[in-house]
Design a protein around this ligand. Structure first.
Ligand code: NAD
Length: 364
């Protein structure tokens, strides 16, 4: 397969982690006979510096023309004082809307090798954690009408969902559950919100098409609590834009390692948008200490979801497991300096971690 990928390194640690992701794609491509052509474009702070705009038109055009988009992260203190519409993060909403990627898939997986980093008690986590959160990404309150009253003393944000918007993302929830452990939980606030009641109505009208999926509903306040009380009860969660934003960050923290978590944003057709869930980490940028594994695992999602290259995706995931099994750690997933030797952990930087995954792929 010949695959065209648009890369958006972005700001901070973005360029370093995207470079490692591409090296890993090339290694797996070499092993299985695929070739990747990369087109690098600007977004975020780097684009503001070069063009004055967080998302230049040429960037969106290049993304729409490619087979898949790999994004590092955008933002940083240099651009924090800019007005909302000119900030680097504006590029993210523009990309999601422009690429029509309405479903954000965020697996929250705890690697057994990193269980010590989990903030929950072992008896709560049990055998580990493997949840997929499907978040609606291009509708709801983040995209609804908002404003201030003339006197400036009140403000509003509006949550609107159409049946079509709900159905297409709930479908991805059902289909994901079919491919996993067969359980789908719709998280909402149907005791208060009319939009949530519409989510339930639409879901009820669809459930007949998925007789093997065990469907449940949960209010978002309870879901936030259950995630830390008994996370193992969840398989796939599907939810609205804002609830998904909050719950997926909570779930990611349970795994104990923001530097390990991948995400995919998908639409009906056209390229998917793939990015690690963390930001540009300006505090560690340029030091060769960022963990590239979230981006590398994001590349596995890219192969699986955009090209159905399951064998290749699994190869990357196994390579990451192998490297962790051997004790290699970047600083964010390593124990303290005192405990590392006892735990058999070996501290490495961004580039070396990429090398190790490439070598693991070559050796398998
Ligand atoms: P962040 O995710 O960048 O960093 C939070 C903490 O996690 C920091 O201590 C950082 O050093 C650490 N961290 C993050 N990724 C890491 C990695 N791969 N390896 C090791 N440590 C890692 O969140 P923040 O500090 O709130 O935001 C920094 C900037 O990133 C802001 O400008 C924010 O708006 C932006 N941001 C961008 C995205 C995106 O591009 N999708 C997402 C979130 C935040």
């Amino acid at each position: 397969m010949n695959i065209n990928i648009t890369t958006i390194p972005g700001d901070g640690i973005g360029p370093d982690i995207v470079r490692e992701g591409c090296r890993v794609l090339d290694a797996v491509g070499k092993k299985y006979g695929h070739s990747f052509a990369y087109t690098e474009v600007l977004a975020g702070g780097a684009a503001i510096d070069a063009t004055g705009e967080p998302l230049p038109e040429a960037t969106l055009e290049a993304c729409l023309k490619s087979d898949a988009v790999l994004l590092g992260a955008v933002g940083g203190p240099k651009w924090d004082a800019l007005p909302g519409a000119k900030r680097p993060e504006k590029a993210l909403l523009g990309l999601r809307g422009g690429m029509k990627v309405y479903a954000n898939l965020r697996p929250a997986v705890m690697f057994k090798q990193l269980s010590a980093a989990c903030p929950l008690k072992p008896e709560v986590v049990g055998d580990g954690l493997d949840i997929l959160i499907v978040r609606e990404l291009t509708g709801g309150i983040y995209f609804g009408d908002r404003g201030r009253s003339d006197d400036g003393n009140s403000a509003w944000d509006t949550e609107t969902y159409s049946k079509e918007e709900i159905a297409r993302v709930v479908k991805i929830g059902f289909e994901s559950a079919m491919k996993r452990n067969g359980r789908l939980c719709v998280v909402d606030k149907a005791n208060i919100l009319e939009t949530s009641r519409l989510w339930r109505e639409v879901t009820e009208s669809m459930k007949g098409g998925y007789p093997k999926v065990e469907l449940s509903y949960m209010y978002v306040d309870n879901a936030a609590m259950q995630l830390v009380r008994n996370p193992g009860q969840f398989d796939v969660i599907v939810t609205s834009n804002m609830f998904g934003d909050i719950l997926s960050d909570e779930a990611s923290q349970i795994t104990g390692s923001i530097g390990m978590l991948a995400s995919a944003s998908l639409g009906d057709s056209g390229p998917g948008l793939y990015e690690p869930i963390h930001g540009s980490a300006p505090d560690i940028a340029g030091k060769d200490i960022a963990n590239p594994l979230a981006t590398i695992l994001t590349c596995a999602m890219l192969l699986r979801y955009s090209f159905s290259l399951e064998r290749e995706a699994a190869c990357i995931e196994r390579a990451v497991e192998k490297v962790l099994d051997e004790g290699w750690r970047t600083g964010d997933i390593a124990g303290s300096a005192d405990s590392r030797a006892a735990l058999g952990e070996l501290l490495v930087g961004t580039r070396k971690m990429g090398d190790l995954v490439v070598q693991a792929i070559q050796s398998m």
